[in-house]
Design a protein. Structure first.
Length: 354
């Protein structure tokens, strides 16, 4: 294969990843992946992890690293309701998942934010692989960990997911009856995004088939070797006037001091997008009932459609909260939008994990 052909193939494969809202042509083909823009040492920048206990637990053969948060006035002689909190694609436990875990702990719950397999301080190779089956397995393992924790009431465990973590949380709860209540914030359907795109960045059937063909070719090329790893969120210097606002907002969170963390490397295994295309996290959403489901999304979020689709498919009891004027990434950390979401979730979990 000539260098020109190889470059074209690689560029085309990067365009395949745009189906899942990664680089959408903003990434420079052949450029080295750029990590989150932060000079802080990984051990120094804790994000929202202050006061949490570092814990580990198994997820099949992988060791998962988590941060366990306890409520104010914690009494070690009693048990508490608990919530597993799952992070977005490419995130780590110290970012928005940690914010929500800490916030819900302040409402009286033991909470657990963790790094999914392949990310952060957790094990798993290749690094930065986004495998939906592994993400769901990790949530289940986190529920198992809390179920065996001596200060957790195993009959009062809920799950909460942010962005892709929300889609995975819905999926996991469908077949894990230990989960008594489910909540999501700006839930992201990885499968639908890969197959069809989102508002402002659609994907056609022909594009999808081309992408799958190229992913297959890449899998053949990298057999026995290292996978192709590329940049997840386009940096500001790679953006143009045509860059969708979703990517601009992603960069403003992940690539600045607002939300960056040294262990969130801003990379992804390109061929993992092929796994996303066969993923249907809402396929059995009706089986969550009669357990309650709360979906929180932003009025101006390009991902609002995912929460609406989930709400329509789910059975009662179910709730959909649309936060006025909020975008997708506003609900990651901005107090004006996070605080009403936390208030709603506090009431929801207090009622259903009582």
């Amino acid at each position: 294969m000539t260098n020109t052909t190889s470059t074209l193939k690689r560029r085309s494969l990067l365009q395949a990843a745009s189906a899942a809202l990664l680089v959408s042509g903003c990434s420079s083909a052949g450029a080295d992946p750029k990590p989150a823009a932060s000079t802080a040492a990984a051990g120094a920048k804790t994000g929202h992890a202050e006061g949490a206990e570092s814990v580990t637990f198994p997820s099949d053969s992988v060791t998962i690293a988590g941060n366990l948060y306890r409520p104010p006035g914690f009494d070690a002689s009693r048990t508490y309701p608990a919530i597993v909190v799952s992070h977005p694609w490419g995130g780590v436990k110290e970012q928005t998942a940690g914010l929500y875990a800490r916030s819900m702990a302040e409402q009286g719950f033991i909470t657990l934010a963790y790094d999914a397999s392949h990310y952060g301080q957790s094990e798993g190779k290749p690094r930065n692989m986004e495998d939906p089956s592994h993400r769901v397995r990790d949530i289940r393992s986190a529920v198992t960990y809390l179920s065996n924790h001596r200060q957790v009431d195993a009959d009062r465990i809920g799950t909460l997911g942010v962005c892709a973590g929300g889609g995975y949380t819905i999926d996991e709860a469908q077949t894990d009856l230990r989960v008594r209540a489910v909540a999501t914030v700006v839930a992201y359907d990885m499968g639908a995004a890969a197959r069809e795109g989102i508002d402002g960045a659609p994907v056609s059937y022909d594009q999808r088939m081309t992408q799958l063909e190229e992913i297959g070719q890449q899998l053949t090329r990298e057999a026995g070797g290292k996978p192709l790893v590329e940049q997840l969120v386009p940096s500001p210097d790679q953006q143009t006037d045509d860059t969708p606002s979703f990517f601009r907002e992603a960069a403003d969170y992940y690539l600045t001091d607002r939300g960056s963390h040294p262990r969130a490397e801003n990379r992804f295994v390109v061929t993992s997008v092929g796994l996303h295309m066969s993923y249907f996290p809402f396929a059995q959403i009706e089986t969550i009932s009669p357990r309650p489901l709360l979906l929180i999304a932003g009025e101006n979020a390009e991902t609002l459609g995912f929460s609406r689709t989930a709400y329509e498919a789910a059975k009662e009891p179910k709730e959909l909260m649309v936060v006025p004027a909020a975008s997708h990434f506003d609900l990651y950390d901005k107090p004006a939008y996070v605080e009403p979401a936390v208030e709603r979730m506090a009431g929801f979990f207090t009622k259903h994990l009582a």
